[in-house]
Design a protein around this ligand. Sequence first.
Ligand SMILES: NC(=O)c1ccc[n+]([C@@H]2O[C@H](COP(=O)([O-])OP(=O)(O)OC[C@H]3O[C@@H](n4cnc5c(N)ncnc54)[C@H](O)[C@@H]3O)[C@@H](O)[C@H]2O)c1
Length: 365
Amino acid sequence: MNQDKSTRYRIGKNESPVYVSEALQDFSSHWRHHLGTHNKRNLFVLLDENVELAFPDIISDLFDDRFHNVHIKKLKGGEQLKNLVVATEIWDELSALNADRSWVIVSIGGGTLSDLAGFTASAYKRGIPCVFVPTSLMAMIDASVGGKNALNQGSLKNQIGTYYFPQFVFVFPRFLKSLPEEEYRSGYAELIKHALLHVNNNLWNTLQNRDMSELPDASLLASAIRVKMKIVQTDPFENNKRLFLNFGHSFGHAIESYFIDHNKPVKHGEAVASGMQFALYMSVKKSLIASALAEKLSSMLESIYPFPQNLEMNELINYMRHDKKVVHGKIRIILFKDFGRFKIDFATEEELLVAFSEFIAKKRA
Ligand SMILES: NC(=O)c1ccc[n+]([C@@H]2O[C@H](COP(=O)([O-])OP(=O)(O)OC[C@H]3O[C@@H](n4cnc5c(N)ncnc54)[C@H](O)[C@@H]3O)[C@@H](O)[C@H]2O)c1
């Protein structure tokens, strides 16, 4: 416990804080603080198999024999987990264990596990506590922060979900060491998005001046988490400002679905990065920002996530039409005004088609 203070952060003043710490033993003190002594609780742990393979010692240190009863369910992280069949399996196992409301569901894994943990905990006996230990960059800075969870309904992503806050989130940056490169790149796109959402350009400048291949440390992770947490605290139920977090997502989700249907799936973050490029172009078109600034931001994105070739906009529009972001036939888009300042806007399909062909022509020029 004698580590430098700069390696530890608490984000969020009230309940459900996020702790970022490079000291593993901090997990125990946060647990005691939020959930009481270890031997009082029974745990149902959802553990990502890849994380267990990479860090068996860390996992056994987290859940040592001080806990009353630790039931571990090992899972292969991925979208295939986010459905009611897997959720029901978990509820059945909890019932078979006679789990009451003193039990705690803990997830150790990426965003698919924290979504599953949050959802199952929110509904079992009308709510039992949960704790998230995110292990992917996406989960650390995004999925485990903000109290939203969701399961997929068939091919429709994130259709079924609740708002439910974990008792606390414990971010341990060392987990990133085993994260596959493509997963890291995907999470990094959300880090860039958080930098755009930050009211000044400090976080953006930090990203500009660092080598992307160097893994984010506790301080950088805490800054990114703070950006999301601040927005969530002003608008927890997504009536207004929280929608800004969807920057790049209307178009990004369409790209994601497009490539799934063309049997060439791309990572969520890559698709969102392309969505952000198009949203920046739309922001210039709507005179919200100067083209020089949009160019600068866009070229940073393009240098890491080249915009996909040969996209068929008519097909993309089709996917956008089925998105949750359609209101009265118009597609909701989030536009960029400045760092931390966005506009919630709507566009017709015709407008999007015209803008997209101009955008592509400009890219080819
Ligand atoms: N609830 C929210 O607010 C919110 C926000 C953003 C994303 N999400 C959800 O999060 C999910 C995406 O999260 P994700 O990218 O973490 O996906 P994921 O959970 O599928 O993890 C991605 C892959 O990385 C592996 N992995 C994770 N951590 C690892 C580690 N430390 N070492 C080695 N391998 C590791 C997993 O096994 C998996 O194969 C999506 O389902 C998305 O909808 C939710």
